[in-house]
Design a protein around this ligand. Structure first.
Ligand SMILES: NC(=O)c1ccc[n+]([C@@H]2O[C@H](COP(=O)([O-])OP(=O)(O)OC[C@H]3O[C@@H](n4cnc5c(N)ncnc54)[C@H](OP(=O)(O)O)[C@@H]3O)[C@@H](O)[C@H]2O)c1
Length: 292
């Protein structure tokens, strides 16, 4: 299988939540790859981009990003330097050396006020500063002329890193009651599912912009309720409105990403309840959660 996967491969942002999942996928495929550290490769340093993406590189998987959504409201310039211009420089370099760029973007490039899933071709109109910075990156990739695969995703979780599943599992074990917003709807995404589906799409020769998330859709309240159920928490999860948890960055009320084109290419996306159950099982194994 590895014979048809483009190589050599550079994996950027390999210590992040998605980068960690990608390392496991590539290890399992027994495909060699290089993971530059932040000291070696920085999206704000063009020289480090050009030094790292050498002539022979065929595939660049970019999991690096500025991902502090609330902080980005105050630090939009920094977010845009990394997620916008930095990604643009990376795309130009990929164009120059004829490497394929696999890149990740977000549901926040949309306004989040729709009532049916956003198609990959829907107009960008970001709901917050982070979304604007990611939209700049998407546009610069498209303008660079490089061969690219941009995968928009949402609500990432994994058995590692800091994410909603780990936070709720811990809080639900400690508290009697938790309030969780029930007026924002989207699609959770297991980082492991996303990395594996990305690999499947690379094998399938996909290029352009696609959406990859878990199957199904839910509110944060539904998601938290299922986390508490799967972890046997005694905690009562109560629904509330987002007005009760004001945050610096606007969160979309409805940012469900349409999966039709992705599913045509690589088959149906696994339902979020199934992926979540697999992640909870891994957390139990790591003894992060109590055993049944
Ligand atoms: N998390 C989500 O819910 C979510 C939702 C939708 C889309 N996405 C997108 O999915 C992708 C992966 O997200 P993630 O949650 O895995 O991110 P993450 O855990 O925050 O990891 C991002 C990685 O990028 C590195 N990085 C930050 N600034 C950099 C720079 N200037 N140059 C090089 N590397 C840099 C970080 O290094 P340090 O840790 O050392 O700073 C970290 O290793 C991103 O494109 C993100 O925008 C995420």
């Amino acid at each position: 299988m590895s014979a048809t996967f483009p190589q050599p491969i550079i994996l950027i942002g390999s210590d992040g939540m998605l980068g960690t999942a990608w390392r496991a996928v590539l290890d399992q495929m027994q495909v060699p790859y290089q993971c530059p550290t932040l000291a070696e490769f920085d999206l704000t340093d063009e020289e480090s981009i050009n030094r790292t993406i050498t002539d022979e590189v065929q595939l660049v998987i970019n999991c690096a990003a500025y991902t502090a959504v609330d902080k980005a409201e105050e630090l939009e310039e920094l977010a845009t330097t990394i997620n916008g211009e930095g990604v643009g420089k990376l795309a130009e370099r990929c164009h120059d050396v004829e490497a394929k760029l696999v890149h990740y973007s977000t549901d926040y490039v949309f306004p989040g006020n729709a009532d049916s899933p956003y198609l990959p071709t829907a107009e960008r109109n970001p709901c917050n500063a982070y979304g604007r910075s990611k939209a700049v990156g998407e546009v610069l990739i498209e303008q660079s002329g490089c061969s690219y695969l941009t995968l928009r995703t949402s609500w990432l979780y994994a058995p590692w890193a800091s994410n909603f599943v780990i936070t709720i599992a811990k809080l639900a074990a400690e508290r009697d009651e938790l309030q969780v917003v029930n007026d924002q709807f989207g699609r959770p995404t297991s980082a492991q599912h996303l990395a594996q589906t990305s690999a499947d799409m690379i094998y399938a020769g996909a290029s352009g912009t696609y959406h990859v998330t878990d199957g199904g859709q839910c509110s944060w309240f539904d998601f938290a309720t299922e986390i508490a159920r799967l972890t046997d928490a005694k905690c009562t999860i109560k629904p509330c409105d987002s007005s009760q948890f004001p945050r610096p960055a606007v969160r979309p009320a409805y940012s469900v990403l349409d999966l039709t084109s992705t599913e045509k290419l690589v088959g149906q996306m696994t339902h979020w309840k199934e992926n979540l159950s697999a992640v909870i099982a891994q957390l139990r194994k790591k003894e992060t959660l109590p055993h049944e």
